[in-house]
Design a protein around this ligand. Structure first.
Ligand code: NHO
Length: 364
Protein backbone atom coordinates (compact mmCIF):
# COMPACT_ATOMS: atom_id res chain seq x y z
CA UNK A 1 0.00 0.00 0.00
CA UNK A 2 1.22 3.51 -0.80
CA UNK A 3 1.89 5.81 2.14
CA UNK A 4 -1.05 7.94 1.12
CA UNK A 5 -3.56 5.08 0.97
CA UNK A 6 -6.48 5.24 3.39
CA UNK A 7 -8.58 2.15 4.04
CA UNK A 8 -12.29 2.53 4.61
CA UNK A 9 -14.59 0.15 6.47
CA UNK A 10 -18.35 0.66 6.31
CA UNK A 11 -21.06 -0.71 8.58
CA UNK A 12 -24.68 -0.23 7.48
CA UNK A 13 -26.22 -0.08 4.02
CA UNK A 14 -29.77 1.11 4.66
CA UNK A 15 -31.45 4.37 3.61
CA UNK A 16 -28.47 6.56 4.48
CA UNK A 17 -25.80 3.90 3.82
CA UNK A 18 -26.91 3.30 0.21
CA UNK A 19 -26.91 7.03 -0.55
CA UNK A 20 -23.46 7.29 1.04
CA UNK A 21 -22.15 4.46 -1.16
CA UNK A 22 -23.34 6.19 -4.31
CA UNK A 23 -21.76 9.49 -3.20
CA UNK A 24 -18.53 7.61 -2.45
CA UNK A 25 -18.54 6.11 -5.92
CA UNK A 26 -19.04 9.49 -7.56
CA UNK A 27 -16.04 10.89 -5.68
CA UNK A 28 -13.91 8.65 -7.90
CA UNK A 29 -15.16 10.40 -11.01
CA UNK A 30 -13.99 13.66 -9.50
CA UNK A 31 -10.61 12.10 -8.56
CA UNK A 32 -11.13 12.73 -4.87
CA UNK A 33 -11.07 9.19 -3.60
CA UNK A 34 -8.04 7.76 -5.37
CA UNK A 35 -6.41 7.23 -2.00
CA UNK A 36 -9.44 5.40 -0.58
CA UNK A 37 -9.62 1.61 -0.56
CA UNK A 38 -12.72 -0.18 0.70
CA UNK A 39 -11.60 -3.20 2.73
CA UNK A 40 -14.68 -4.09 4.79
CA UNK A 41 -18.42 -3.59 4.48
CA UNK A 42 -21.20 -5.13 6.56
CA UNK A 43 -24.87 -4.99 7.40
CA UNK A 44 -26.37 -6.72 10.42
CA UNK A 45 -26.51 -10.00 8.47
CA UNK A 46 -23.71 -10.03 5.89
CA UNK A 47 -20.20 -8.81 5.27
CA UNK A 48 -17.54 -8.64 2.57
CA UNK A 49 -13.84 -8.65 3.48
CA UNK A 50 -10.65 -10.67 3.03
CA UNK A 51 -7.76 -11.51 5.32
CA UNK A 52 -5.40 -9.80 2.89
CA UNK A 53 -7.45 -6.57 3.03
CA UNK A 54 -7.91 -6.65 -0.74
CA UNK A 55 -9.88 -3.79 -2.30
CA UNK A 56 -13.65 -4.29 -2.73
CA UNK A 57 -14.91 -2.77 -6.01
CA UNK A 58 -17.18 0.20 -5.27
CA UNK A 59 -19.24 0.10 -8.45
CA UNK A 60 -20.69 -3.32 -7.64
CA UNK A 61 -20.53 -3.25 -3.85
CA UNK A 62 -24.28 -3.43 -3.17
CA UNK A 63 -24.71 -6.61 -5.21
CA UNK A 64 -21.46 -8.11 -3.89
CA UNK A 65 -22.77 -7.53 -0.39
CA UNK A 66 -26.21 -8.99 -1.02
CA UNK A 67 -24.79 -12.17 -2.60
CA UNK A 68 -22.12 -12.62 0.07
CA UNK A 69 -22.15 -15.60 2.42
CA UNK A 70 -19.67 -14.06 4.90
CA UNK A 71 -20.96 -13.09 8.34
CA UNK A 72 -20.02 -9.75 9.94
CA UNK A 73 -17.01 -9.82 12.29
CA UNK A 74 -17.75 -9.42 15.99
CA UNK A 75 -16.72 -5.88 17.00
CA UNK A 76 -13.51 -6.76 18.92
CA UNK A 77 -12.43 -8.89 15.93
CA UNK A 78 -13.24 -6.02 13.57
CA UNK A 79 -11.02 -3.67 15.59
CA UNK A 80 -8.14 -6.18 15.33
CA UNK A 81 -8.77 -6.80 11.64
CA UNK A 82 -8.70 -3.09 10.77
CA UNK A 83 -5.70 -2.31 12.97
CA UNK A 84 -3.74 -5.25 11.49
CA UNK A 85 -3.69 -3.72 7.98
CA UNK A 86 -0.95 -1.30 9.00
CA UNK A 87 -2.69 1.31 6.82
CA UNK A 88 -4.54 4.42 8.02
CA UNK A 89 -8.19 3.46 8.38
CA UNK A 90 -11.57 5.20 8.66
CA UNK A 91 -14.66 3.44 9.99
CA UNK A 92 -17.96 4.76 8.64
CA UNK A 93 -20.84 3.73 10.92
CA UNK A 94 -24.10 4.13 9.03
CA UNK A 95 -26.19 2.22 11.58
CA UNK A 96 -28.17 3.36 14.58
CA UNK A 97 -26.63 0.63 16.72
CA UNK A 98 -25.88 1.33 20.39
CA UNK A 99 -23.57 -1.69 20.46
CA UNK A 100 -21.37 -0.22 17.72
CA UNK A 101 -21.46 3.21 19.38
CA UNK A 102 -20.30 1.61 22.64
CA UNK A 103 -17.28 0.19 20.78
CA UNK A 104 -16.06 3.57 19.42
CA UNK A 105 -13.45 3.97 22.20
CA UNK A 106 -11.80 0.69 21.21
CA UNK A 107 -11.58 1.72 17.53
CA UNK A 108 -10.32 5.23 18.32
CA UNK A 109 -7.81 3.94 20.83
CA UNK A 110 -6.19 1.88 18.06
CA UNK A 111 -5.93 4.96 15.83
CA UNK A 112 -8.95 4.12 13.66
CA UNK A 113 -10.83 7.31 12.72
CA UNK A 114 -14.65 7.39 12.73
CA UNK A 115 -17.25 9.18 10.61
CA UNK A 116 -20.93 8.66 11.41
CA UNK A 117 -24.54 9.93 11.42
CA UNK A 118 -25.28 7.65 14.42
CA UNK A 119 -26.50 9.73 17.37
CA UNK A 120 -26.13 6.98 19.97
CA UNK A 121 -22.43 7.48 20.77
CA UNK A 122 -22.72 11.20 21.47
CA UNK A 123 -26.11 11.18 23.18
CA UNK A 124 -25.64 8.08 25.34
CA UNK A 125 -24.23 8.23 28.86
CA UNK A 126 -21.89 11.10 29.72
CA UNK A 127 -19.28 8.47 30.58
CA UNK A 128 -19.34 7.13 26.99
CA UNK A 129 -18.92 10.70 25.68
CA UNK A 130 -15.85 11.19 27.90
CA UNK A 131 -14.41 7.77 26.99
CA UNK A 132 -14.80 8.51 23.28
CA UNK A 133 -12.94 11.82 23.38
CA UNK A 134 -10.22 10.43 25.67
CA UNK A 135 -9.67 7.45 23.31
CA UNK A 136 -9.56 9.78 20.30
CA UNK A 137 -6.76 11.81 21.92
CA UNK A 138 -4.80 8.74 22.99
CA UNK A 139 -5.13 7.03 19.62
CA UNK A 140 -4.49 10.17 17.57
CA UNK A 141 -7.62 9.39 15.59
CA UNK A 142 -10.13 11.72 13.93
CA UNK A 143 -13.85 11.78 14.66
CA UNK A 144 -16.67 13.55 12.79
CA UNK A 145 -20.43 13.20 13.19
CA UNK A 146 -22.01 16.16 11.37
CA UNK A 147 -25.09 14.17 10.30
CA UNK A 148 -26.00 13.23 13.87
CA UNK A 149 -27.87 16.55 14.07
CA UNK A 150 -29.74 18.26 11.24
CA UNK A 151 -28.68 15.75 8.54
CA UNK A 152 -26.35 17.55 6.07
CA UNK A 153 -26.82 21.01 7.64
CA UNK A 154 -23.60 22.38 9.18
CA UNK A 155 -24.82 22.25 12.78
CA UNK A 156 -22.11 20.32 14.64
CA UNK A 157 -19.28 22.06 12.75
CA UNK A 158 -20.86 25.43 13.54
CA UNK A 159 -21.15 24.89 17.28
CA UNK A 160 -17.60 23.52 17.39
CA UNK A 161 -16.30 26.55 15.46
CA UNK A 162 -18.16 28.94 17.78
CA UNK A 163 -16.82 27.33 20.94
CA UNK A 164 -13.28 26.69 19.69
CA UNK A 165 -12.82 30.29 18.56
CA UNK A 166 -13.79 31.51 22.01
CA UNK A 167 -17.38 32.61 21.49
CA UNK A 168 -19.84 31.79 24.25
CA UNK A 169 -23.08 30.06 23.31
CA UNK A 170 -25.88 31.33 25.54
CA UNK A 171 -28.94 29.71 23.99
CA UNK A 172 -29.84 27.29 21.20
CA UNK A 173 -33.38 26.80 20.00
CA UNK A 174 -35.08 25.28 17.02
CA UNK A 175 -36.92 22.55 15.22
CA UNK A 176 -34.66 19.50 15.20
CA UNK A 177 -36.89 16.82 13.70
CA UNK A 178 -37.81 16.58 10.04
CA UNK A 179 -40.83 14.46 10.95
CA UNK A 180 -42.12 16.85 13.62
CA UNK A 181 -41.47 19.80 11.32
CA UNK A 182 -43.56 18.25 8.55
CA UNK A 183 -46.35 17.25 10.96
CA UNK A 184 -46.83 20.69 12.51
CA UNK A 185 -46.28 22.67 9.30
CA UNK A 186 -49.21 20.73 7.83
CA UNK A 187 -51.37 20.34 10.97
CA UNK A 188 -51.15 23.99 12.03
CA UNK A 189 -50.17 26.06 8.97
CA UNK A 190 -49.56 29.79 9.48
CA UNK A 191 -52.38 30.46 7.01
CA UNK A 192 -54.72 29.23 9.74
CA UNK A 193 -56.65 26.93 7.44
CA UNK A 194 -55.93 23.76 5.53
CA UNK A 195 -54.55 21.67 8.37
CA UNK A 196 -56.13 18.24 8.58
CA UNK A 197 -56.89 16.18 11.68
CA UNK A 198 -53.79 15.26 13.70
CA UNK A 199 -54.16 11.51 13.13
CA UNK A 200 -54.60 12.05 9.39
CA UNK A 201 -51.43 14.17 9.22
CA UNK A 202 -49.49 11.46 11.08
CA UNK A 203 -50.82 8.83 8.66
CA UNK A 204 -49.90 11.03 5.69
CA UNK A 205 -46.38 11.62 7.04
CA UNK A 206 -45.92 7.87 7.37
CA UNK A 207 -47.19 7.27 3.83
CA UNK A 208 -44.73 9.83 2.48
CA UNK A 209 -41.91 8.01 4.25
CA UNK A 210 -41.14 10.88 6.64
CA UNK A 211 -41.69 8.88 9.84
CA UNK A 212 -39.93 5.88 11.29
CA UNK A 213 -41.70 2.56 10.52
CA UNK A 214 -43.42 2.93 13.91
CA UNK A 215 -44.37 6.65 14.13
CA UNK A 216 -44.12 6.47 17.92
CA UNK A 217 -40.32 6.54 17.50
CA UNK A 218 -40.67 10.08 16.17
CA UNK A 219 -43.55 11.21 18.38
CA UNK A 220 -41.92 10.29 21.69
CA UNK A 221 -39.45 13.20 21.35
CA UNK A 222 -36.39 11.03 22.02
CA UNK A 223 -34.80 11.68 18.61
CA UNK A 224 -34.93 15.42 19.32
CA UNK A 225 -33.71 14.87 22.88
CA UNK A 226 -30.66 13.03 21.52
CA UNK A 227 -29.76 15.92 19.20
CA UNK A 228 -30.14 18.43 22.05
CA UNK A 229 -27.97 16.29 24.32
CA UNK A 230 -25.17 16.46 21.74
CA UNK A 231 -25.42 20.23 21.24
CA UNK A 232 -25.74 20.95 24.97
CA UNK A 233 -22.55 18.98 25.63
CA UNK A 234 -20.64 20.97 23.00
CA UNK A 235 -22.04 24.15 24.56
CA UNK A 236 -20.43 23.06 27.82
CA UNK A 237 -23.23 21.39 29.78
CA UNK A 238 -22.61 17.98 31.32
CA UNK A 239 -25.95 16.50 30.28
CA UNK A 240 -26.11 13.00 31.75
CA UNK A 241 -28.41 11.41 29.13
CA UNK A 242 -31.26 12.25 26.74
CA UNK A 243 -33.73 11.28 29.46
CA UNK A 244 -32.24 13.53 32.15
CA UNK A 245 -34.29 16.61 31.16
CA UNK A 246 -37.98 17.25 30.37
CA UNK A 247 -39.09 15.72 27.08
CA UNK A 248 -42.74 15.95 26.06
CA UNK A 249 -44.01 12.86 24.29
CA UNK A 250 -46.89 13.23 21.82
CA UNK A 251 -47.95 9.62 22.31
CA UNK A 252 -51.20 9.43 24.30
CA UNK A 253 -50.62 7.42 27.52
CA UNK A 254 -53.25 4.90 26.47
CA UNK A 255 -51.36 4.12 23.24
CA UNK A 256 -47.87 3.81 24.66
CA UNK A 257 -48.10 0.06 25.00
CA UNK A 258 -50.21 -0.98 21.99
CA UNK A 259 -48.38 -3.72 20.15
CA UNK A 260 -47.76 -2.32 16.68
CA UNK A 261 -47.32 0.94 14.80
CA UNK A 262 -50.35 0.06 12.70
CA UNK A 263 -52.56 -0.43 15.74
CA UNK A 264 -51.24 2.88 17.09
CA UNK A 265 -52.26 4.66 13.88
CA UNK A 266 -55.66 2.96 13.88
CA UNK A 267 -56.44 4.20 17.39
CA UNK A 268 -54.87 7.66 17.11
CA UNK A 269 -58.12 9.33 15.85
CA UNK A 270 -59.63 8.77 19.35
CA UNK A 271 -57.21 11.45 20.56
CA UNK A 272 -57.64 14.04 17.79
CA UNK A 273 -59.67 16.30 20.10
CA UNK A 274 -56.71 16.75 22.44
CA UNK A 275 -54.44 18.03 19.67
CA UNK A 276 -57.26 20.13 18.21
CA UNK A 277 -57.53 21.86 21.59
CA UNK A 278 -53.80 22.59 21.68
CA UNK A 279 -54.05 24.11 18.21
CA UNK A 280 -57.12 26.19 19.09
CA UNK A 281 -55.49 27.61 22.25
CA UNK A 282 -52.56 28.86 20.20
CA UNK A 283 -54.90 30.28 17.55
CA UNK A 284 -56.75 32.30 20.23
CA UNK A 285 -53.46 34.10 20.93
CA UNK A 286 -52.80 34.58 17.20
CA UNK A 287 -50.06 31.94 17.33
CA UNK A 288 -49.22 28.47 16.00
CA UNK A 289 -47.95 25.45 17.91
CA UNK A 290 -44.59 23.83 17.04
CA UNK A 291 -42.48 20.98 18.49
CA UNK A 292 -39.18 22.53 19.52
CA UNK A 293 -36.08 21.98 21.57
CA UNK A 294 -34.13 24.56 23.52
CA UNK A 295 -30.96 24.84 25.57
CA UNK A 296 -30.40 27.70 27.99
CA UNK A 297 -26.75 27.50 28.93
CA UNK A 298 -26.73 29.92 31.91
CA UNK A 299 -29.61 28.19 33.70
CA UNK A 300 -28.51 24.74 32.40
CA UNK A 301 -32.06 24.09 31.19
CA UNK A 302 -32.65 21.72 28.30
CA UNK A 303 -36.19 20.96 27.20
CA UNK A 304 -38.15 19.43 24.37
CA UNK A 305 -41.84 19.89 23.66
CA UNK A 306 -44.70 21.96 22.28
CA UNK A 307 -44.50 25.76 22.26
CA UNK A 308 -46.51 28.58 20.72
CA UNK A 309 -44.98 31.01 18.25
CA UNK A 310 -46.08 34.29 16.63
CA UNK A 311 -46.88 33.85 12.96
CA UNK A 312 -43.93 36.08 12.03
CA UNK A 313 -41.42 33.95 13.97
CA UNK A 314 -38.96 32.02 11.72
CA UNK A 315 -39.91 28.78 13.53
CA UNK A 316 -43.59 29.29 12.65
CA UNK A 317 -43.00 29.82 8.94
CA UNK A 318 -40.84 26.77 8.32
CA UNK A 319 -41.69 24.71 5.22
CA UNK A 320 -41.93 20.99 4.51
CA UNK A 321 -39.69 18.85 6.70
CA UNK A 322 -37.06 21.59 7.17
CA UNK A 323 -35.07 22.05 10.36
CA UNK A 324 -34.13 25.43 11.82
CA UNK A 325 -31.49 25.93 14.48
CA UNK A 326 -30.72 29.32 16.06
CA UNK A 327 -27.49 29.89 17.97
CA UNK A 328 -27.50 32.84 20.38
CA UNK A 329 -23.96 33.77 21.39
CA UNK A 330 -21.98 36.62 22.96
CA UNK A 331 -20.57 37.62 19.57
CA UNK A 332 -23.79 37.39 17.62
CA UNK A 333 -25.72 39.34 20.26
CA UNK A 334 -29.47 39.42 19.95
CA UNK A 335 -29.51 38.44 16.24
CA UNK A 336 -28.83 34.72 16.30
CA UNK A 337 -26.79 32.73 13.78
CA UNK A 338 -29.49 30.69 12.03
CA UNK A 339 -29.13 27.46 10.06
CA UNK A 340 -32.14 26.26 8.08
CA UNK A 341 -32.93 23.62 5.44
CA UNK A 342 -33.73 19.97 4.84
CA UNK A 343 -33.13 18.08 8.05
CA UNK A 344 -34.02 14.54 7.06
CA UNK A 345 -33.65 12.17 4.13
CA UNK A 346 -31.05 9.76 2.81
CA UNK A 347 -29.19 11.98 0.36
CA UNK A 348 -28.81 15.05 2.57
CA UNK A 349 -27.85 12.92 5.58
CA UNK A 350 -25.29 11.01 3.48
CA UNK A 351 -23.84 14.33 2.33
CA UNK A 352 -22.99 15.09 5.96
CA UNK A 353 -21.18 11.75 6.17
CA UNK A 354 -19.35 12.14 2.84
CA UNK A 355 -18.16 15.67 3.61
CA UNK A 356 -16.90 14.46 7.01
CA UNK A 357 -14.97 11.71 5.21
CA UNK A 358 -13.33 14.31 2.95
CA UNK A 359 -12.30 16.30 6.05
CA UNK A 360 -10.69 13.18 7.51
CA UNK A 361 -8.92 12.39 4.22
CA UNK A 362 -7.47 15.89 4.09
CA UNK A 363 -5.88 15.36 7.50
CA UNK A 364 -4.61 11.79 7.20
P1 NHO B 1 -31.59 1.96 8.23
O1 NHO B 1 -32.20 2.18 6.89
O2 NHO B 1 -32.34 1.24 9.28
O3 NHO B 1 -30.21 1.20 7.97
C1 NHO B 1 -29.40 0.72 9.00
C2 NHO B 1 -28.33 -0.20 8.41
O4 NHO B 1 -27.45 -0.56 9.48
C3 NHO B 1 -28.86 -1.51 7.82
O5 NHO B 1 -28.07 -1.86 6.69
C4 NHO B 1 -28.60 -2.53 8.96
O6 NHO B 1 -28.41 -3.84 8.47
C5 NHO B 1 -27.32 -1.98 9.53
N1 NHO B 1 -27.10 -2.37 10.93
C6 NHO B 1 -27.86 -2.07 12.00
N2 NHO B 1 -27.32 -2.58 13.12
C7 NHO B 1 -26.18 -3.20 12.75
C8 NHO B 1 -25.16 -3.92 13.45
N3 NHO B 1 -25.21 -4.09 14.78
N4 NHO B 1 -24.12 -4.43 12.73
C9 NHO B 1 -24.05 -4.26 11.39
N5 NHO B 1 -24.98 -3.58 10.69
C10 NHO B 1 -26.03 -3.05 11.35
O7 NHO B 1 -31.15 3.36 8.90
P2 NHO B 1 -30.87 4.75 8.14
O8 NHO B 1 -32.09 5.52 7.95
O9 NHO B 1 -29.97 4.49 6.98
O10 NHO B 1 -30.03 5.53 9.27
C11 NHO B 1 -28.67 5.28 9.47
C12 NHO B 1 -28.14 6.21 10.54
O11 NHO B 1 -28.27 7.56 10.11
C13 NHO B 1 -28.92 6.12 11.88
O12 NHO B 1 -28.02 6.27 12.95
C14 NHO B 1 -29.84 7.33 11.81
O13 NHO B 1 -30.22 7.82 13.08
C15 NHO B 1 -28.92 8.31 11.11
N6 NHO B 1 -29.61 9.41 10.56
C16 NHO B 1 -30.60 9.26 9.63
C17 NHO B 1 -31.33 10.34 9.20
C18 NHO B 1 -32.37 10.17 8.13
O14 NHO B 1 -32.93 11.13 7.61
N7 NHO B 1 -32.66 8.94 7.70
C19 NHO B 1 -31.03 11.57 9.80
C20 NHO B 1 -29.96 11.71 10.68
C21 NHO B 1 -29.26 10.61 11.05
O15 NHO B 1 -31.23 13.88 9.83
C22 NHO B 1 -31.93 12.70 9.73
C23 NHO B 1 -32.91 12.57 10.89
O16 NHO B 1 -32.55 12.86 12.01
C24 NHO B 1 -34.22 12.00 10.59
C25 NHO B 1 -35.17 12.11 11.80
N8 NHO B 1 -36.06 10.97 11.84
C26 NHO B 1 -35.99 13.38 11.68
O17 NHO B 1 -35.42 14.46 11.81
O18 NHO B 1 -37.25 13.28 11.44
Amino acid sequence: ASARQVNIAIIGAGGVGKCFLSQLESLAARRQNQRLVLTYIATSKKAVYSDSHSPIALDSVVSTLSSSSQAPLALPKLVDYLAASGTKTVLVDNTSSQEIADAYPSFLHRGISIVTPNKKAFSGSYKLWQDIFAAKEEGGALLYHEASCGAGLPVISTIKDLVETGDEVTKIEGVFSGTMSFLFNSFAPTSGSGGGKWSAEVAKAKELGYTEPDPRDDLNGLDVARKLTILARYAGLEVESPTSFPVQSLIPKELESVASGDEFLARLPEFDDQMEQVKAEAQKEGKVVRFVGSIDVASKQVKVGLEKFDLSHPIASLKGSDNIISFYTKRYGSNPLIIQGAGAGGDVTAMGVTSDLLKVLAQL
